[in-house]
Design a binder for this molecule. Structure first.
Ligand code: IPD
Ligand code: CA
Ligand code: CA
Length: 287
């Protein structure tokens, strides 16, 4: 399926509409997560652009299931595996943006740190976020201007937040910690980058989980002060971006340019203080 881009403008979304759309999207993600946790057959793994860029029948199945569940919202879907909106960079109006499995390499090899990441974007601005970490039994949600929440994905299931019956808990605004007080999450390619190395040395240590959406959520939830990545796609970042903005986490490109989820590119997120420090390291001449 594809929808044409450029110049379309959908009707604006009222607050009641958003709450309704969020409930539907959460239902679709919960159902897809149950399938991904137990697909009922052996995984079939294929490589895409290179040997570590993987796709399985579960990535495709999750996208199909969520696309079907959201079809009658009438809002087009931009997904990693199949459903594309042409010229998404210029797209105006509402769109669902879906990474059916973020962290497929983890899904296949370590069986944790993978996510289902779904966002509703309006004129390139994320207005709803639904981010499931099924192995941790955790569901993050956010509504633009109203906050972000975390709750168990499956009531009664085991996991980090798995106490049955626990409702959504609001994510507090992040504490504005400096680099020296927190962890830096960085893609392994950045360990060759002199400025990022200086930032890591200033920090309390480096982590890399291999799922961009969860790494953004980690900063939004206060578990790290910075996340840096050289190249990400809209489906990697759309939900995580809203979790960040709703908790006071700053997002830009690695050169400090404004961030637009519709365009692929680098990402630097952080507490205001740590983000400014890393940008300072990145701006030192000669890097
Ligand atoms: C990947 C993960 C990974 C990031 C890659 C992404 P995928 O997504 O988010 O952390 O480093 O750039 O492509 O391919 O597993 O959906
Ligand atoms: Ca993916
Ligand atoms: Ca991804």
């Amino acid at each position: 399926m594809s929808a044409s881009g450029g110049g379309r403008k959908a009707a604006s979304t009222s607050s009641a509409d958003l709450v309704d759309l969020l409930a539907r999207a959460v239902g679709a993600v919960r159902e897809a997560a149950a399938f991904a946790l137990d697909p009922g057959e052996e995984l079939r793994v294929e490589a895409k652009a290179h040997r570590n860029d993987l796709v399985t029948q579960v990535d495709r199945g999750v996208e199909e299931r969520i696309a079907r569940q959201l079809e009658d919202t009438g809002i087009p879907l931009h997904g990693e595996e199949k459903h594309r909106i042409e010229d998404f960079e210029a797209y105006r109006g509402r769109a669902w943006v879906l990474d059916p499995i973020d962290g497929t390499l983890n899904y296949v090899s370590t069986h944790r740190d993978w996510a289902i990441s779904l966002a509703l974007v309006d004129d390139g601005v994320p207005v709803l976020a639904i981010l499931a970490d099924p192995v941790a039994n955790r569901l993050y949600t956010a509504i633009r201007g109203r906050g972000a929440w975390v709750e168990p994905l499956m009531a009664g299931a085991a996991g980090a937040d798995g106490a049955g019956g626990v409702g959504p808990r609001a994510l507090e605004p992040v504490e504005d910690l400096p680099l020296s007080e927190g962890m830096v999450i960085a893609h392994y390619q950045l360990t060759q980058h002199a400025a990022i190395c200086r930032a890591i040395e200033t920090s309390r240590g480096m982590r890399c989980y291999g799922a961009a959406a969860l790494e953004m959520a980690e900063v939004a939830a206060g578990g790290a002060v910075v996340y840096a990545q050289p190249l990400l796609q809209p489906w990697d970042v759309a939900a995580g971006a809203l979790l960040c903005t709703e908790t006071g986490v700053v997002l830009t490109r690695m050169d400090g340019a404004p961030f637009d989820v519709r365009r692929a590119g680098s990402l630097l997120v952080g507490t205001p203080a740590a983000h400014a420090e890393v940008l300072g390291h990145l701006c030192v001449a000669g890097d």
